[in-house]
Design a protein around this ligand. Sequence first.
Ligand code: A3D
Length: 320
Amino acid sequence: MARKKIALVGAGMIGGTLAHLAAKKELGDIVLFDIAEGIPQGKALDLSQCGPVEGFDARITGTNDYADIAGADVVIVTAGIPRKPGMSRDDLLGINLSVMKAVGEGIKTHAPDAFVICITNPLDAMVWALREFSGLPHNKVVGMAGVLDSARFATFLAWEFGVSVKDVNAFVLGGHGDTMVPVTSYTTVSGIPVDDLVKMGKSSKASIDAIVQRTRSGGGEIVGLLKTGSAYYAPATSAIAMAEAYLGDQKRILPCAVYVDGKYGLDGLYVGVPAVIGANGVEEVVEIALDAEAKVNLQTSVDAVKELLVACKGIDNSLA
Ligand code: A3D
């Protein structure tokens, strides 16, 4: 059987980390694409030289030519600009929308059968725009945010309870922004809901509320520390988990930005909800019962995403 092909559009901090992880996991051969000349080629050469030490055979190449992503099974998109301190994700909208247009057209021409994972911010608007520009079916274009946001929530909870992160199953809904909705009633430690752990005296409501808030601003906390860009290790590893679910037909239920039309009372937009990821891409949007507070919070988050879509349509009339 031929090896799978993973195309990484954007060879910056996340792109390079994705390439390293995909190679170590032998997900397939890897093509790093970027408009910056030399960067994808240089990173590909450097990463190739990890092979003898780490023992992987993945072929890693760098390119500035979209033709080289032809036939990719998975395309992960990080092209664009990241945040700097003081910027919100939404401040990236104008520049990254034009990047999504070029990337979408490149995918449409050269890799129309791929499963496409978008990471570029502002995520929920960019994944929607990328789908529009590429014309691929909705089930083949998803956004990575929920896996990362849940991982951040899980990390803070594991620290709070003094337990292994392996035992924390955290749940975050909504758009990838300050309005995201960490849902404590569906978040468990070895099956025990966080709300019950609070009742058992293992933590306090105030501490959990502070963790929810820290999760919401988890990306900004890292931007503030790094000063020159945003997080890249955890975003990359989160997208790789999604790629593995698709390539291995794992049927994992992962929180992703997927196209929701009908469920959760939504009509045709990308937002973070749990979805089954398998060989057919997004195989099902899982609709869970939400309590009144989560419903209100999800609506606030959806309204924020909708505002961004209006802004996108205002910038590019081909999206109207
Ligand atoms: P960075 O290291 O700047 O890499 C971006 C790369 O995109 C650079 O190498 C650019 O040369 C390249 N690029 C720019 N325009 C194009 C184009 N038209 N075609 C191809 N490549 C292009 O950024 P990064 O890797 O740190 O972050 C990438 C994106 O991910 C940013 O938009 C971040 O905001 C976003 N991000 C999202 C999350 C989520 O959880 C959704 C988390 C962290 C970062």
